[in-house]
Ligand binder design. Structure first.
Ligand code: ZN
Ligand code: ZN
Ligand code: ZN
Length: 115
């Protein structure tokens, strides 16, 4: 099976490895599923759970472009010109501000830190 091993910031307490499949509701489209993709941090310690459809859009970085296209808050990364949805919880982890007050995306911020 295609189980991605990307669990970068999982803070889920290690429960028994043999847990029954729980049916969860997608935070975005409210569809029920047992296979979920981890989304953005919700700010209260939990993480958004997304169905496969919404989750794959999030992983591709096109969640906001798809669902929030007509909302306000769109700005460009000053470095790579990638469009960023500012003030949006979904893109919160993607948007960084440089020391010079310019907006930059997570990738560019990472590059700057590394030099
Ligand atoms: Zn969904
Ligand atoms: Zn958004
Ligand atoms: Zn950038």
């Amino acid at each position: 099976m295609a189980s991605s091993s990307s669990s970068s910031s999982a803070t889920i307490p290690s429960s028994s490895a043999f847990s029954p499949k729980k049916e969860l509701t997608c935070i975005h489209c409210k569809s029920k599923s047992t296979t979920f993709i981890t989304g953005w941090p919700l700010g209260d310690g939990s993480v958004a759970q997304l169905c496969h459809r919404c989750g794959s859009l999030y992983e591709k970085g096109s969640f906001c472009e798809t669902f929030h296209k007509n909302t306000e808050g769109w700005l460009e990364c000053a470095i790579c010109k990638k469009r960023l949805h500012c003030g949006c919880l979904v893109s919160k982890a993607e948007v960084h501000f440089t020391f010079f007050g310019k907006l930059c995306c997570k990738d560019c911020a990472k590059k700057m830190i590394r030099g």
